[in-house]
Design a protein around this ligand. Structure first.
Ligand SMILES: NC(=O)c1ccc[n+]([C@@H]2O[C@H](COP(=O)([O-])OP(=O)(O)OC[C@H]3O[C@@H](n4cnc5c(N)ncnc54)[C@H](O)[C@@H]3O)[C@@H](O)[C@H]2O)c1
Length: 370
């Protein structure tokens, strides 16, 4: 497959490319070098990704002319727990040590899923008031959503992404071949975000997933390419239109995330992946829309059917209604205590509604507790 290029247009200084291909990790070093983003590279990854692809990545960087002493790879433990202030500080200390050794301009490279991308992105945003960083995503979720758009953050106390920034990467480099080592659960989890784009604004993408989810789950490259290119084309457009998430465009990407984040938090970021929680969150949003007379039953049934078919959960176990309601109150999308939901009005259309009644929210969530 040829390199596919998308662009996030944010003016002369901050626009960046999204390069999508299969088995292009070997070309990454030369491309990075040509961008002249820095002369030394601080790579953040997890142990499993390092074992699988760390050498391939660092060898490619050396072949492209980066000196071995100018490359430092650090590992963070896998999992949401790494999106913490403690882990952020540890990375800043390591980056500071690395930075002190030579006359360097460090470029930070996030080699991992959404956790590494969000955490490393926040390190880049905060260190020296911002250094260049590149997203090299390795999960399906990060290949369709988290690596683009510059929302970077760590979690704090009960609240997800409470401490963060808008800080755009300088390049997003997708190698679809890296997905082959990802377990099925993570692939399915990433698919939740693709289905989300379909519900928000792309009925054709929704139909594509309905018709070809088996090919996607089997990691057939043509199918992966279609969903990654479509997803990132949508995300790029929304980020261009509403970079700071204050114009009512980007908020649509939060479909399913209000209840989804609350489920993740209530379950201690352990029982459910982000995508799984978003799947249940999307259904809750659809049921709220239905309760408000905004969505036809057939559309809700169609969404639930697809989620079940691809293997996503449509309900949650092991958390109580009160735990989820408590987590909801910490949601950033709640403005001065008033809730705000992205609600589907069909496959391909959403509306924003504020002040949904507690009664309806409770009723819908309670119906999803198994
Ligand atoms: N910034 C954004 O716009 C945005 C959008 C959506 C989600 N997110 C965030 O993304 C995070 C979830 O990201 P995720 O779903 O990618 O999970 P993740 O980053 O936790 O990765 C999942 C697991 O897969 C492993 N892994 C990653 N790549 C692999 C590969 N190629 N082969 C084998 N194993 C691999 C990781 O080590 C980890 O154990 C959440 O924190 C969520 O809040 C951010």
């Amino acid at each position: 497959m040829e390199n596919k290029k998308l662009k996030v247009e944010l003016g002369p200084d901050r626009s960046y490319e999204i390069i999508i291909a299969c088995q292009n990790l070997k070309e990454f070093g030369a491309h990075l070098r040509s961008l002249q983003l820095g002369n030394s590279i601080f790579i953040i990854t997890t142990p499993v990704i390092n074992n699988l692809y760390g050498e391939q990545l660092t060898c490619g960087l050396k072949t492209a002319g980066f000196a071995p002493q100018d490359i430092l790879l650090v590992e963070v433990p896998a999992g949401e727990q790494s999106k913490s202030v403690e882990q952020w500080l540890k990375l800043v200390e390591e980056l500071y040590q690395f930075d002190q050794q030579l006359e360097r301009q460090v470029v930070l490279l996030n080699f991992g899923g959404g956790v590494v991308g969000d955490l490393g992105g926040y390190v880049a945003a905060s260190y020296r008031r911002g250094i260049n960083y590149v997203q090299l995503p390795t999960t399906l979720l990060a290949n369709v959503d988290s690596a683009v758009g510059g929302k970077v953050a760590v979690d704090f106390k009960e609240a997800k992404n409470l401490i963060g920034a808008f800080y755009q990467p300088r390049l997003v480099w997708v190698d679809l071949a890296l997905l082959k080592s990802l377990d099925a659960r993570q692939i399915i989890s990433g698919l939740a975000e693709v289905i989300k784009y379909g519900v928000i604004c792309d009925p054709e993408l929704f139909v594509f997933v309905e018709e070809h989810y088996k090919a996607i789950l089997a990691l057939e490259i043509w199918a992966l390419e279609r969903i990654v290119v479509s997803s990132y084309a949508i995300k790029a457009q929304m980020v261009e239109a509403d970079e700071w998430d204050n114009r009512g465009v980007r908020i649509k990407l939060n479909l399913g995330h209000t209840v989804g984040h609350a489920i993740e938090a209530a379950a201690g970021y352990a029982a459910y992946t982000h995508g799984e929680a978003v799947a249940v969150g999307m259904l809750c949003a659809a049921e709220i829309a239905r309760g408000l007379g905004m969505l036809a039953k057939a559309e809700l049934v169609r969404l639930e059917k697809l989620l079940v078919e691809v293997g996503l959960p449509v309900g949650v176990k092991g958390v109580s209604l009160e735990q989820i309601m408590d987590s909801l109150l910490h949601d950033k999308k709640f403005v001065r205590g008033r809730n705000r939901f992205v609600l589907p009005t069909g496959i391909g259309k959403v509306e924003i509604r504020e002040g949904v009644s507690d009664k309806l929210i409770r009723q819908v969530i309670a119906g999803r507790l198994h």
